[in-house]
Design a protein around this ligand. Structure first.
Ligand SMILES: Cc1cc2nc3c(=O)[nH]c(=O)nc-3n(C[C@H](O)[C@H](O)[C@H](O)COP(=O)(O)O)c2cc1C
Length: 363
């Protein structure tokens, strides 16, 4: 073989190997959440799978569930091993996530034709749901909606949110719409970015976030939680590069923190507005905020509006109260949701969720 041919074949082989590598590393991950739990029937297993699709901060899924099948009862409480002790020192986001889980659970029961009622304990340490099959038919539309809900961090277009959506949102408890053309939008954006800069410079918060970031499909398949490339809006070739060069160690450093801050800057500015979710600043209030969050988010999904929570400002009590006071709101903002439309197809949920038996105990 001539030298020229040797170089040509070597180049082709390297390109083919690179393509195979990119396809392998960049392929979408499927964690295949196992829904089997000894002691509960397959229908309740499915209901609890849908409940588990609830959003949670850092996708930490910091809930624990005890099911009492004979009584038709389940009790949700915080999982103290999965708390975000740096960014969420008062466990505010844990309670919001528990509230989102509880509301999703209620909706999943309803979608499967069950009657369900909910009670929050006085200190917010537990949420009890009582359920009974009412024999009503299944609401596939609601289940599709719950599966479709996701966090979307992509760029949003300039299109504004229609009046009918804003009017409908007034019917959802605690939800307040802030269009991007208003002074209040600038206030929330400025508070968000000031808080994002503080968090960029806080090593404990950086380290904690790095622990919840995932840097290979293998790690995602093993842990079934945390923030994957897909959840950070990175797919295909971008994902292969992110997983090849990214690491937990790198994510703790200055360059990664600054890139994250710049991304937050673009996202905070690039949207059609914010939805604020407000509630009392107590444990029970946080749980209620999680429930309102679920309602507002599913309403957005129903209308093909993309959603990304941006919690930086909410993670400081002073900033929450500053926004409440300036806007003269009756309740304290607990969530800021960036909302808008994307160019192209509506996003999908990456469905990164733990196996049910990891957090569900049957009594
Ligand atoms: C209390 C709370 C705070 C959150 N804060 C943020 C945030 O600041 N930035 C962000 O991109 N996503 C945030 N999220 C979204 C979660 O990261 C997301 O729900 C989780 O990764 C699961 O992904 P999914 O929503 O696509 O199912 C938050 C969610 C909750 C419930």
């Amino acid at each position: 073989m001539t030298l020229k041919r040797k170089i040509m074949w070597t180049t082709i082989s390297v390109v083919v190997l690179l393509c195979l590598y990119v396809c392998y590393v960049g392929k979408p991950v499927d964690v295949g959440t196992d829904t089997e739990v000894d002691g509960i029937n397959s229908e309740v297993e499915q209901i609890l799978y849908y409940a588990g699709l609830a959003p949670s901060s850092h996708n930490a899924q910091m809930w624990e569930v005890k099911v009492y099948p004979a009584e038709g009862k389940l009790v949700i409480s915080p999982d103290n091993t999965r708390l975000l002790t740096a960014v969420d020192q008062d466990n505010r986001e844990t309670y919001i996530s528990m509230g989102a889980y509880a509301r999703s659970c209620m909706l999943a029961f309803e979608a499967y034709g069950y009657n369900a009622s909910l009670h929050i304990s006085d200190n917010g340490q537990s949420i009890t749901i009582i359920y009974a099959n009412s024999g009503m038919s299944r609401d596939e539309g609601l289940l599709t909606l719950m599966r479709r809900r996701h966090t979307d961090k992509r760029d949003y277009t300039k299109a504004s949110i229609p009046e009918f959506f804003q009017d409908g949102l007034k019917g959802i408890r605690g939800a307040v719409f802030v269009p991007d053309t208003t002074e209040v939008f600038t206030l929330v954006k400025d508070q968000t970015l000031a808080a994002a800069a503080e968090q960029r410079d806080n090593q404990d918060i950086r380290d904690e976030l790095a622990d919840w970031l995932r840097f290979s499909n293998g790690e995602v398949e093993k842990k079934k939680d945390g923030l994957t490339a897909e959840q950070n809006g990175i797919t295909g070739l971008g994902k292969a590069i992110y997983y090849t060069f990214g690491s937990h160690w790198f994510a703790k450093g200055d360059t990664f923190a600054q890139t994250g801050y710049e991304m937050a800057q673009r996202q905070a500015e690039n949207c059609a507005g914010y939805i604020l979710i407000t509630a009392n600043d107590t444990n029970v209030g946080y749980i209620e905020a999680g429930m309102h969050l679920t309602e507002a988010w599913l309403y957005a999904v129903r209308n093909d509006i993309e959603v990304q929570p941006m919690s930086f400002a909410m993670e400081s009590k002073a900033r929450r109260f500053a926004i409440q006071n300036t806007m003269k709101l009756p309740y304290t903002p607990q969530m800021v949701l960036r909302v808008g439309y994307v160019d192209g197809a509506y996003g999908a949920n990456a469905l990164i969720r733990r196996d049910l038996r990891d957090y569900i105990q049957v009594q």
